[in-house]
Design a protein around this ligand. Structure first.
Ligand code: GLY
Length: 368
């Protein structure tokens, strides 16, 4: 296992990354938390694949885990699921020292994390991501929350985990579409901060598309290292961490406008990254970024344009309404991470009126 430390004064935590499975999870957890009761929060689907292995590992290390299931999928990332989970945690008899172990994809991690942040004013959290998207991004950094009708992640809390356990062997149970979506976040990290990773993705795109475990683990490891470093510099997302929002202004608007379950998060980020890179190139930015990005997304089988919609005019209106709720918007301007070159992004404030030209790129036909 590789170990990366998210260095945050008294809230530092380790991120373990390896190609194995969940067997050593309990022992790693016993290294940071006292053995005793804990609650494994998972979905029926992920729990069906990996729940027993996780429970066995926790028991072997001296924990006595309860198990709670919540639905997964973006449509389940709601206040209702959070309420249900908080009741279930209290019914399981937790106290302030009882860790919540989130076993699942980004939705499980975000909802279980938000419950851990809020129940009893906060209990310890362990993140065990099982999707590529959560491994590459969401499980590290302490962002937790749920979506509202008005937009994604509009209610939430920063709640750093005590441990992140990234075991890439569990990706074998992920379906191809979810795996592909996760590659979108891997590409994002490469554009934002790692030109070598970008070159690796270009070179090894066929292996990654075929889900080669070694190539995948390399990509995940690089993303975890980068994320740990960036979060350590800016835990609360007030500065440099915001570069990780590259592709997300357009991507989140797209997800909200299309409605839950229509496009996967990593796919929306894929479309969003290309739109934002093209938008910036049209304003004098680097033209190589959208060109290389478009070729890479295509090679990895990621979308570069939204799916067809029946009513383009109403879709365009929903995009604008969704973008208006963006958390990065302030005093008539919107903060956008813009690519300086592959592997380097900077934050730029753009007039809110320019949003329309950015969003119009989401309705243009797919081109390379
Ligand atoms: N997903 C971006 C961040 O954690 O800041």
């Amino acid at each position: 296992m590789d170990r990366f430390q998210v260095v945050l004064q008294d809230r530092s935590y380790p991120v373990f990354v390896g190609m194995g499975g969940l067997e050593p999870l309990g022992a790693a957890m016993a290294g940071v938390l006292p053995a005793g009761p804990c609650v494994l929060v998972t979905s029926p689907r992920v729990g069906g694949f990996h729940g027993d292995a996780a429970l066995a590992s926790l028991r072997a290390a001296g924990f006595s885990p309860a198990r709670v299931e919540i639905p997964d999928g973006e449509a389940a990332k709601t206040l209702d699921t959070w309420v249900h989970l908080v009741h279930a945690l209290l019914d399981a008899g937790i106290d302030r020292t009882t860790p919540v172990v989130a076993l699942g994809g980004g939705v499980t991690g975000d909802v279980a994390g938000f419950a851990a942040a809020t129940v009893l004013r906060g209990v310890p959290l362990v993140q065990v991501p099982t999707s590529l998207l959560a491994m590459a991004d969401a499980a590290i950094g302490g962002k937790t929350g749920v979506n509202l009708a008005q937009g994604r992640n509009l209610v939430g809390a920063f709640h750093p985990p005590r441990l992140v356990w990234v075991a890439t062997a569990v990706l074998s149970t992920l379906d191809d579409a979810e795996f592909g979506s996760g590659l979108g976040e891997v590409v994002k990290h490469a554009v934002v901060a790692d030109a070598d990773l970008f070159a690796f993705l270009e070179e090894r795109h066929a292996a990654l598309r075929a889900r080669d475990p070694v190539a995948t683990a390399h990509g995940v490891r690089r993303c975890c290292a980068l994320k740990a470093e960036i979060v350590a510099q800016d835990e609360r997302d007030t500065g440099v961490r915001r570069i990780l929002n590259f592709g997300h202004t357009a991507g989140h608007a797209l997800e909200t406008a299309l409605g839950p379950g229509t496009i996967r998060h990593g796919e929306a980020v894929s479309v969003g990254m290309l739109a934002e890179a093209r938008f910036w190139a049209a304003r004098g930015g680097d033209v190589e970024v959208p060109a290389r990005l478009s070729a890479l997304l295509e090679a990895l089988g990621l979308p570069r344009a939204p799916p067809p919609v029946p009513d383009a005019a109403s879709f365009a209106r929903r995009l604008v309404a969704a973008a208006a709720m963006d958390k990065k918007s302030a005093r008539g301007t919107l903060e956008l991470p813009v690519p300086v070159r592959v592997g380097c992004v900077r934050l730029e404030r753009i007039p809110r009126d320019d949003l329309h030209s950015l969003l119009s790129l989401l309705s243009s036909p797919e081109t390379s």
